[in-house]
Write a protein that binds this ligand. Sequence first.
Ligand SMILES: Nc1ncnc2c1ncn2[C@@H]1O[C@H](COP(=O)(O)OP(=O)(O)OP(=O)(O)O)[C@@H](O)[C@H]1O
Ligand SMILES: [Mg+2]
Length: 333
Amino acid sequence: MHENTLLEVNNLRTHFFLEKGVLKAIDGISFRVAKGETLALVGESGCGKSLTAASIMGLVPSPGKVVDGEILLNGEDLLQKTQKEMRQVRGSRITMIFQEPMTALNPVFTIGWQIMEPLRYHRKDLTKAEAKERAIELLDLLRIPLPRQRFHEYPHQLSGGMRQRVLIAMALACDPDLLICDEPTTALDVTVQAQILDLLLEIKEKLGTSIIMITHDLGVVREIADRVAIMYAGKIVEENSTHEVFNQPRHPYTEALLNSVPRIVQGERQEELYQIPGMVPNLLKTHQGCLFAPRCDYAKELCFGVTPEEHLVLGGLVACRRYSEEVDLRELN
Ligand SMILES: Nc1ncnc2c1ncn2[C@@H]1O[C@H](COP(=O)(O)OP(=O)(O)OP(=O)(O)O)[C@@H](O)[C@H]1O
Ligand SMILES: [Mg+2]
């Protein structure tokens, strides 16, 4: 393992054991997150983004199960840890923030009390007064005005944006190595979204926390991510630096996703978005070949029969038969 690597996921498979059969929701994904790096996980609804996060956190819901792979945090395999050991990892070394700030906060406790909660559990070395100071420091770090006063307020007294800041403060309380954000700004309006993103960028700079950012918003990706992993139907089809992904998308699915972003044409926002035609595959069925082939403009007969291998390309990798070696796009097809 490279010394700069914080998290390394190797060949992760997470399946749901349903009456109808085995749903291969995550089917052999590998990626790494370096120290201080932000990796965006992107893809259509149902492709396995949240489940990847749940697998890392050790919180896969039943009847789901991690059936294969490794999740190495600083070289230690989290999949080998007991439930009790994972409770120690969660909330201190890896933390997560979710999409809906109101449901994640408890309405009957003050926000100060809630920020102190992870400190009480994981930082037993701190006195109550020290934990309180730390909580106020965090509110301040998250630019919550009048933190000493706000400490005593309840979630309903705060706006949506402020509640999301409180959740981020809770997630940062124990100075985690890895912060996983699952659609953290989707429920917020555009201005507040931008503020939260700026804050996350600042935190990344100041604290050097590694971040996995789950989002379907490519604007968010472009702003915050160093690298991007594009997921399709339980697999990573392309992984590269944000720059490469946006400037030279290699997988046809990535290309289609980028085309589906609203574009400004001569100062006007296009109303008609490019929709990716076709449906995502049913993961209960056994598939042959490339899962994206039925929706792919470049698909050839071979794509329906042979599962694409991962090919190394400049800066990353792509799972598409068009890249049996790094070749110029004009030569393809
Ligand atoms: N509790 C469950 N039981 C059965 N299948 C599940 C369960 N949770 C998730 N799945 C399946 O696992 C797959 C991945 O789901 P996941 O929640 O990771 O998607 P996602 O990429 O986060 O989508 P979204 O963008 O909608 O949040 C989906 O096909 C989903 O149907
Ligand atoms: Mg999700």
